[in-house]
Design a binder for this molecule. Structure first.
Ligand SMILES: Nc1ncnc2c1ncn2[C@@H]1O[C@H](COP(=O)(O)OP(=O)(O)OP(=O)(O)O)[C@@H](O)[C@H]1O
Length: 260
């Protein structure tokens, strides 16, 4: 890990899946304190990109670094909180909501401190409360609804108190009240200087937090620029944010982007 290296940096990143090039030369550097939204149509490569940034999908070309280290050599995983698109923990195992959320602390364990501490328990409880799950802590996670399970995954990442959150569609299937709770929680984290990368189709209440938007099209970065500005019609209550203007570049508006 090199001092001053950005949290995430990919250069010429390529990913091939089933013989098809899904990412085609991605240059993306995420600076500390940014709140980056990855936008784009279904299948444009957003999930693959966040997974590749974390080394969960191997690159077929280019390179990617986490705090200056290739993923295979990166060790400080407690600095990274990943919220995958779907529940991937507890499959077949009747883990409770609290157990799943507590698993977010595991990367903080060490040989010297192998057991859960009071600080671990407090962080888990705080994360459960932030995501409105405290009264469901003892329930099997598998029996929760899709939106509730998504909140469990967010709480798991929050519990780890990472420096960087990488969230793949954190608001998908999550009700309005929980989206607002997530926005408030992320707002606090941003004020504390945390870095957030999130994939989204609909930014909803997260929109004011976004500092940069990157739009993917068929595995390439088509546009990058300022976050959507809620003005005029967009400021109307109930406006459906489809955002063809989602990422206005300094050099001009992004009129070509049409979300699927
Ligand atoms: N394991 C895999 N094997 C083969 N192809 C895959 C695999 N995972 C994803 N793909 C393909 O890669 C492309 C990009 O998928 P990805 O899930 O990254 O898109 P996305 O932008 O996140 O889409 P969505 O908005 O629907 O979540 C798609 O065409 C998809 O079919």
């Amino acid at each position: 890990m090199s001092a001053g290296a950005p949290p995430l940096a990919m250069t010429g990143g390529r990913v091939r899946l089933d013989g098809r090039e899904v990412l085609r030369g991605i240059d993306l550097r995420v600076e500390a304190g940014e709140v980056l939204a990855l936008l784009g149509a279904n299948g444009s490569g957003k999930s693959t990109l966040v997974r590749a940034l974390l080394g969960l999908v191997p690159l077929s070309g280019g390179r990617t670094e986490i705090y200056g280290s290739p993923p295979a050599r990166f060790r400080a995983w407690h600095r990274i909180g990943y919220v995958p698109q779907r529940l991937t923990v507890g499959g077949g195992v009747p883990a409770t909501v609290r157990e799943v959320v507590a698993s977010g602390r595991i990367a903080r364990r060490s040989r010297l401190r192998p057991f859960a501490t009071a600080a671990d328990r407090a962080a888990v409880q705080r994360a459960l409360e932030q995501m409105g799950l405290a009264d469901r802590a003892g329930q099997p996670a598998q029996r929760l609804s899709g939106g509730q399970q998504q909140r469990v995954l967010i709480a798991r990442a929050l519990a780890g108190e990472p420096d960087v959150f990488v969230m793949d569609e954190p608001t998908a299937g999550v009700d309005a009240a929980s989206q607002a709770a997530l926005a408030a929680t992320l707002h606090d984290l941003v004020r504390q200087g945390r870095t957030i990368v999130l994939v989204a189709h609909e930014l909803g209440p997260l929109e004011p937090l976004i500092t940069r938007a990157v739009v993917l099209e068929e595995g390439r970065i088509a546009h990058t620029g300022a976050p959507p500005a809620p003005e005029g019609d967009c400021a109307r209550p109930g406006h459906q944010h489809q955002h063809p203007h989602a990422a206005e570049t300094a050099s001009g508006s992004l009129t070509h982007w049409n979300p699927a």
